[in-house]
Design a protein around this ligand. Structure first.
Ligand code: C2O
Ligand code: CU
Ligand code: CU
Length: 519
């Protein structure tokens, strides 16, 4: 970290035209110049925001359970300019406020860090300039403010934001630094999908609490290899989450905000999952699945219609038992990756007359074509490996300022990229696995949303496959052990550094993350 900061500093000094001799005589020049030049240090005059908000990160105690309050890292939001409904704070929850913006809006966000540690926030799934993306190199110390400015270019969808601190993302997100970032647009609004109280955010996370109701998180090596698995499921920051609903249709926005737990979501009464949106917004038409796999960072939106249910009915959304074939089966405590857990309950408590109809056509998804890619026949391969207590991408661990030749991408191109989780290696020598056992990796790329074009597998996952949805726009894709997933990803508009990494946050912090330089 010191190294990269120094490099950054040197570059900035050069840009500022300050010679080292001058610095020796007037050392105060350094801090003054540095401060005015640090990226995100102040609002720019040329940027004219429609909306201005302040997010303050601080230590707070929230009442999650009865008894002692839980100490968390809480983000509180405040609208400085624009419609107050842009921010919804939830005092009862450790979750960061929900931000709601419309496509085309320009937003300025002041992030104020009052935590006893350096942090930075990343806008997951949003297509923003590299310097506004919350790269770990832009972390701000206690007392500092980072000023983000960007235009919302994304289509309507359920995006989110979270801490992205160097080596500490898992711990920071676990402590509370994550929230929803919902984008609307004109086409989506014209559909008149269930809105207001009928548009339900469902942020699913797992945590462990001690007898004093305090969050516990250990970073033992074994836990890092598996990823953290908590025994307690929380939805929107609350345990035993229950919803009262009327006999009508709802839009449910699911986000897996967990560090590493993968969910296999299904209704207990056999009601199929009607998926209307993925990470990057609405599908063209709804997809019906028996159950839904939701890996860390993934979002899926459901159309749930309770109109044929009787008042008094209770439905349970559970995560069903599944197997990833390998070490995912081991874990600490009574639950393991893939064990059955209750996520939330729904009570149908009110009869209403409603004529909600799921629109046949939800949106237009422009299909990306391999023929338009810069590398139609030579995919950029990213191999995923875990061994010797390390998690690697193309055999490399994360390092700042370490861009390799194969990590440079020409701007305004479309790229074929494949994530190879032991698909190409012949057995024995690891299969991209640890001790011969593989792990699923939810692979995420910053910047624009991508499309999955192919999923190839050396193994069959009978308890998983029917819940994978490789359609529409995505920014995260679950790659099972022995699989290769090929995507088409555009790199338009912005040059600079954009990251790609495993969104199992323990893996990410262990180094399963790299930078791409778009230029
Ligand atoms: Cu959800 Cu690099 O982030
Ligand atoms: Cu991201
Ligand atoms: Cu991983």
């Amino acid at each position: 970290m010191t190294n990269s900061v120094n490099i950054q500093r040197r570059t900035l000094l050069k840009a500022a035209g300050i010679g080292t001799a001058a610095l020796a005589i007037f050392p105060s020049l350094l801090s003054a110049k540095m401060d005015s030049m640090r990226i995100g240090s102040k609002p720019s005059v040329e940027f004219n925001p429609d909306v201005e908000i302040r997010l303050t990160e601080e230590v707070k105690d929230v009442a999650i359970f009865q008894g002692p309050k839980t100490r968390v890292w809480k983000v509180t939001g405040q609208v400085l300019k624009g419609d107050k409904s842009v921010i919804t704070n939830d005092e009862e929850s450790y979750l960061a406020p929900t931000i709601r913006l419309h496509k085309g809006q320009k937003v300025r966000i002041y992030l104020k860090n009052k935590l006893p540690t350096a942090t930075i926030i990343h806008w997951h799934g949003l297509h923003v300039p590299a310097v506004m993306d919350g790269n770990p190199m832009y972390a701000i110390a206690n007392g500092e403010t980072f000023v983000y400015e960007f235009e919302v270019l994304n289509r309507a969808g359920t995006y989110w934001y979270h801490a992205h601190t160097h080596g500490l993302t898992a711990k920071h997100v676990y402590s509370g630094l994550a929230g929803l970032f919902l984008v609307s647009d004109d086409q989506e609004q014209a559909l008149k999908l269930p809105s207001g109280e009928f548009d339900l955010p469902v942020v699913i996370q797992d945590r462990d609490f001690d007898a004093q109701n305090q969050l516990s998180y250990s970073d033992h090596m074994m836990q890092k290899m598996h990823g953290f698995l908590g025994e307690q499921i929380l939805v929107n920051g609350q345990p035993s989450y229950a919803l009262e609903v009327s006999t009508r249709a709802y839009r449910m926005r699911l986000l897996n905000g967990s560090n590493s737990r993968i969910y296999k979501l299904a209704w207990d009464d056999g009601t199929p999952m009607k998926v209307i949106a993925t990470d990057g917004g609405l599908l063209e038409t709804a997809e019906t699945l028996p159950y839904l796999m939701l890996a860390p960072a993934e979002r899926r939106e459901l159309w749930v219609d309770f109109s044929d249910k009787k008042v008094g009915t209770t439905m349970t959304l559970s995560s069903l038992e599944f197997s990833t074939g390998g070490m995912g089966m081991m874990g600490r405590g009574s639950s393991h990756a893939g064990s059955e857990m209750t996520v939330l309950k729904v009570h149908v408590s009110k009869k209403v007359a409603s004529k909600d109809r799921l629109p046949k056509q939800l949106s237009q998804v422009k299909k990306l074509r391999v023929a338009d890619a810069e590398n139609p026949r030579s995919p950029r391969r990213i191999t995923l490996t875990m061994r010797h207590m390390s998690a690697l991408l193309n055999g490399r661990s994360y390092k700042m300022n370490d861009i390799q030749a194969d990590e440079i991408i020409p701007v305004n191109t479309l790229q074929v990229i494949e994530f190879d989780n032991g698909f190409h290696r012949s057995g024995g020598g690891g299969m991209g696995m640890m001790g011969g056992m593989g792990m699923p990796h939810p692979m995420h790329m910053h910047g624009e949303q991508f499309q999955v074009i192919k999923r190839e597998s050396r193994k069959t996952y009978n308890s998983v496959t029917d819940g994978l949805l490789d359609k529409g726009w995505q920014d995260t894709v679950l790659v099972m052990p022995g699989e290769k997933v090929t995507i088409l990803k555009p790199f338009n508009d912005y040059t600079g550094i954009f990251m790609y990494h495993c969104h199992n946050l323990e893996h990410e912090d262990m180094g399963m993350m790299r930078d791409l330089l778009v230029k």
